[in-house]
Ligand binder design. Structure first.
Ligand SMILES: Nc1ncnc2c1ncn2[C@@H]1O[C@H](COP(=O)(O)OP(=O)(O)O)[C@@H](O)[C@H]1O
Ligand SMILES: [Mg+2]
Length: 332
């Protein structure tokens, strides 16, 4: 059905119980994603992006714990499934590409074996058929000599080739949702651009929804339909990419956008965001950006601001941004 989300995350909360206290890595986030669309999830290192992606797949292990929330994929809640059921869903319905494919590819199996085994373990197809599909996939992610490549072990490939092989494997079962966690961060820019182009082509072909996790706003502008800006475990701004980039409401988003280099503004010095990202240990229930915020006023030290709509498909968690928008909307 058009407009129906394929993935809907509601109030996801993931913590780590450490010797020093509770790390609130993901602090009640919600978002939804339609088939074939891309959501860019951005934010500084340590803000909870990877913990979010692991939580969506039920891959949080002690001392981590998903405290609450729902992850609805096609209507059923992934977080209520057993480990056995989850294993069936992973790869088949929702799959993951990591920054470092060496941690996800099995070092002692050839690339071909890994893709073939992935297909055979989930679908009733012959080995010959699975092999043909693996070859086809490797070609489609832009890898030359797929026959030869099938016989290679991961360590024999370059970083870019490994990442492509990883994408081929993640898409082998045509999952409805692909989570790509910093998929090209470790690669140089030309390889990055090629891989992102391949990814987008495959997305169109399979109608895959993608959650693209990155700290690179340029990549988000290029690839995403919607963007969620994370700060200290929370989504502080969420909306259509063009709307958010043209009218950023949260002071953190504005600062992030100002820290991106522009070719047409060569002489300007790049701004950086004052202060340090907060520790997620024992965080108080108030605006986490407050200590770094240039526009904070007294009331900002109250309870954590909720995400509020400031325009159609645009939400901001900031008392000041919401007030400014409300004033703009007042009839003169
Ligand atoms: N196994 C763990 N034990 C304790 N804290 C963790 C663990 N894994 C992640 N964290 C904490 O969760 C927070 C979010 O981490 P992460 O999701 O990896 O950030 P990002 O991917 O945005 O860089 C960080 O403060 C990190 O220290
Ligand atoms: Mg990460």
């Amino acid at each position: 059905m058009p407009g129906e989300p394929v993935l809907a995350v509601d109030g996801l909360e993931t913590i780590f119980l450490t010797r020093h206290g509770v790390v609130k890595a993901v602090n009640g986030i919600s978002f939804a994603l339609e088939a074939g669309k891309t959501l860019g999830l951005v934010g500084e290192s340590g803000c909870g992006k990877t913990v979010t992606s692991l939580s969506l797949l039920g891959l949080i292990e002690p001392p981590g714990k998903i405290l609450s929330g729902e992850v609805r994929l096609n209507g059923y809640n992934l977080l209520s499934l057993s480990q056995k059921q989850l294993r069936q869903v992973r790869g088949k319905e929702i799959s993951l590409v990591f920054q470092n494919p060496m941690t996800s590819l099995n070092p002692v199996l050839t690339v071909g074996t890994q893709i073939i085994e992935t297909i055979i373990s989930h679908e009733r197809v012959s080995r010959a058929e699975a092999r043909q599909r693996a070859l086809d996939l490797l070609t489609r992610v832009g890898l030359p000599y797929p026959e030869k490549l099938m016989k290679c072990y991961p360590f024999q490939l370059s970083g870019g080739m490994r990442q492509r092989a990883m994408i081929a494997m993640a898409l082998a079962l045509h999952p409805k949702v692909l989570i790509a966690d910093e998929p090209t961060t470790a690669l140089d820019v030309t390889v990055q651009a090629q891989i992102l182009t391949e990814l987008r082509r495959l997305q169109t072909e399979f109608n895959t929804a993608i959650i693209l996790i990155t700290h690179d706003l340029g990549v988000v502008a290029e690839m995403a339909d919607e963007v969620a800006v994370m700060y200290a475990g929370s989504i502080v701004e969420y909306g259509g990419v063009i709307e958010v980039f043209e009218n950023p409401g949260h002071p953190y988003t504005r600062a992030l956008l100002r820290s991106v280099p522009h070719l047409d503004r060569k002489c300007e010095t790049l701004e950086h965001i004052q202060g340090q990202p907060p520790s997620l240990l024992n965080i108080p229930d108030r605006c986490a950006f407050l200590p770094r915020c240039p526009v904070a006023v007294g009331e900002c030290s109250g309870p954590r601001p909720p995400l509020e709509a400031v325009a159609s498909k645009h939400m901001v968690a900031c008392y000041q941004a919401c007030k400014v928008r409300a004033r703009e909307l007042q009839p003169a």
